[in-house]
Design a protein around this ligand. Sequence first.
Ligand code: N01
Length: 541
Amino acid sequence: MSNMQPAVRPPLDVFIVGAGFGGIYMLYNLRKLGYSARIFEAASDLGGVWRNNCYPGARVDSEVPVYDLSLEELWRDWTWTEKFPGFEELRRYFDYIDQKLEVRKDISFDKRVVAAKFNANMNRWEVTASDGTVIQSRFLVLCTGFAAKPYTPQLKGIERFRGISHHTAKWPEKGLDMKGKRVGVIGTGASGVQVIQEIAEDVEHLTVFQRTPNYAVPMQQKKLDELEQKKLKNIYPAIFEHRRETFFGLGYTPFSKNLFEATPSERLLHFEEQWSLGGFRFMIRNYADFISNQAANDEVYKFWKNKVRERLHDPEVQEKLAPSIPPHPFGAKRLSLEQHFYEVFNKPNVELIDLRQCSITETTSEGILTADGVEHKLDVIIFATGFDSVTGGITQIDIRGLGGKSIKDKWTEGVSTNLGMTAADFPNMFFVYGPQAPTAFSNGPTCIEIQGNWIVNCIKHMMDNDLACINAREEAEQEWRKKVLYLGSLLLINKAETSWYYGSNIPGKVIEPYMFMGGVQNYDKIITEVASQGYVGFDLC
Ligand code: N01
């Protein structure tokens, strides 16, 4: 047998990057149609963001079952213990997904994809992992999520620091015992809020370094009962159907009334009701014009400010956390859901540093030095400083399309995609939950399923019709970009100084809306129409 040629492995039909909700949903649906598919995942197990973000207090801000995948094989027998589950329970959910769908057998873990190159002669992608593994496939689907690239600011002298420092999204898998330690948290976005409220009780001293006050609203967490969930199972299909018909994919129907059409007492009652119901209702079920009309927005801010101040003892802390003059319109940055975040600042072991008044000068071997000359002695520094969101997960891979052009270069002057799922000159490549789609401007599983279904149907269309290549047209891409920028300009959202919605949180990143802000239900309609018209705006061959 020595004269036998080595077997040439046929290329995969579809290669997928990432084993979070997006990658798993793609894999499941592609396999169902009989296509070969494989996932490479940089982490050591399933879960995507829920694998990397295992900092104390990490939990989701969409409610279940709206945060579930809508596959009956999954929801039929699964029960949650909390309305907003924490990362441990979400990881158990991913284990359950594998138990039911057997996804792990088609996933290689600890495999970080570093490059992908399109071979135009063969109409194939050649994908390379950091360990040198190379795989060829007809289609490439990037399911890297919107938060795959953590951002850590380069503090002067950080290498001198003798304590421990971690970014929240690179938290040690085994956890970190912070009992009795002096801990500093930089950043008060969603991650900061969660970690701060979770650890304040245990640590000896907590120093919170806040640059911009975060508008956090009550999560109104609730324990869930198994029986109660079982009784609701017959309406789950309707819940999943309805979520994709709503603007944020969360199933809350927006309130249609404008703020000044209501009397002050009516307004107060409405605010109170949404506040007590919790979650994102105070945003989504608020008055229709509050996110486009500054005067209406000011009223919402006033209500929020008073609510927060009621919970704080010290007037100086009140002014730092809920200032008299709003730093940006209410809702311009993604709201965070809190449980007892504000009460933390009444504790004697917690100190709040307002970086707008007194910035960080450098890191010393002992801690952090601020502009007033004070050295804040620390054993642990937690960077809750966010992500190079939405595009970072894609551009950190060296992806090269037609003519060897890289996606990073293509997007240097601003992002252009067709329908937030494809890019011109990157044939047979798709992305889920990425730029210029509803993405984090919506409930994750809703967006992922809408896009996932579209991509799977597109691949099926190509396979059924013996088509080798699909490429977005330049002019369709320009149209889509115009739409995304226009929709982003209609809202007060563009008024925040540093926002990952606009890329302004990352030094040097182009400032523009990175997501489609026109609503999940409208996005769904547009992309469905493109497919039903035979993929208008694409070249197929
Ligand atoms: O990141 P962020 P995040 N010096 O960018 C500060 C999702 N998520 O990880 O506001 C000092 O929001 C920065 O300050 P400023 C969710 O979609 C969800 O918290 O730019 N500070 C800000 O306070 C969320 O929106 C969940 O002035 C610096 C913070 O760091 C998204 O992920 C949980 C700084 C970054 O906040 C991102 O949230 C966690 C610097 N140089 C995350 N640079 C849930 O499901 C940045 N900051 C609940």
